[in-house]
Ligand binder design. Structure first.
Ligand SMILES: [Mg+2]
Ligand SMILES: [Zn+2]
Length: 268
């Protein structure tokens, strides 16, 4: 079932808060963060905040310990493991950073479930300080998308994923997200794909303004239980549709023109 690519946002989708805010708040630097936020892009500020933490004696180990107790709904871990066990290709597209995401996924023992993590580079430098860099080099090669922040256009990343899987035409994408940054990739999904916006969160509100702009089938979710139930239902439906196709091909029946059962499209 590598026919299905499940793309997850990270903050407020896999984990139940924003990992950047979580680290800054838990280490007691939210006041400084809020004061500086109007003066620079979020991603630049996170790099500066890591410098501030370092100069105030906070170590990498302090950051790791905070990351390891980030809130996450247990059903989301189940959903990820189940989708992986079913053979789906799981990927992350996130505006957090590699260090935060990998630290959390390793701690939860689900890092191996993901084939790719697309996010801002985060690494420990020679002074044992965490550096966070932009995904796109916005000074030298801006991505030019007006919907997205300068450091990352998730739509561009989705197109890269679509290009990489386009050899198998039957591949379907299920995209899960919550934030306004998840709207651009939602717009680029194809009509056989699925988008799962988190209900009452920014991407859901943007989609609801004009759902006809979205080609993919829309399935909202509110919490970890719904994320698990709905995503696994979609995976099952897609696989059933595909096996029905395979059976018809094997029996040399007339080709099914619509590769997706008509009843499922009624939700659009
Ligand atoms: Mg998010
Ligand atoms: Zn964009």
């Amino acid at each position: 079932m590598a026919e299905i690519v499940v793309v997850f946002d990270f903050d407020k989708t896999i984990v139940d808060c924003d990992s950047d805010n979580w680290v800054v708040d838990e280490l007691g630097f939210n006041e400084l963060f809020n004061r500086l936020l109007p003066t620079m892009p979020w991603n630049t500020l996170m790099d500066k905040m890591m410098m501030e933490l370092h100069s105030h004696g906070k170590t990498i180990e302090d950051i790791v310990q905070v990351l390891q107790r980030i809130p996450i709904h247990p059903r989301i871990i189940h959903a990820i493991k189940a989708a992986h066990a079913l053979g789906c290709d799981l990927r992350i597209v996130s505006d957090a950073n590699t260090f935060f995401i990998e630290t959390i996924l390793k701690h939860l023992k689900i890092k191996e479930c993901f084939s790719e993590i697309n996010t801002n580079p985060g690494y420990i430098n020679g002074e044992e300080r965490l550096r966070i860099l932009p995904y796109h080099d916005f000074n030298n090669s801006p991505h030019g998308c007006t919907l997205c922040p300068p450091n990352m256009c998730k739509g561009e990343i989705i197109e890269k994923i679509q290009d990489s899987i386009s050899s198998g035409e039957k591949k379907r994408v299920i995209y899960l997200g919550d934030g306004s940054g998840d709207y651009c990739p939602s717009l680029r999904l194809k009509d056989k794909d699925f988008v799962m916006p988190r209900k009452n969160f920014p991407v859901w509100e943007l989609i609801c303004k004009d759902p006809l702009l979205i080609k993919a089938e829309i399935h909202e979710w509110s919490d970890g239980e719904e994320l698990e139930r709905i995503s696994l239902q979609l995976i099952n439906k897609i696989s059933l549709g595909e096996s029905a196709q395979n059976i018809s091909a094997d029996c040399k029946l007339e080709t099914i023109r619509e590769p997706f059962p008509q009843v499922l499209l009624a939700h659009r």
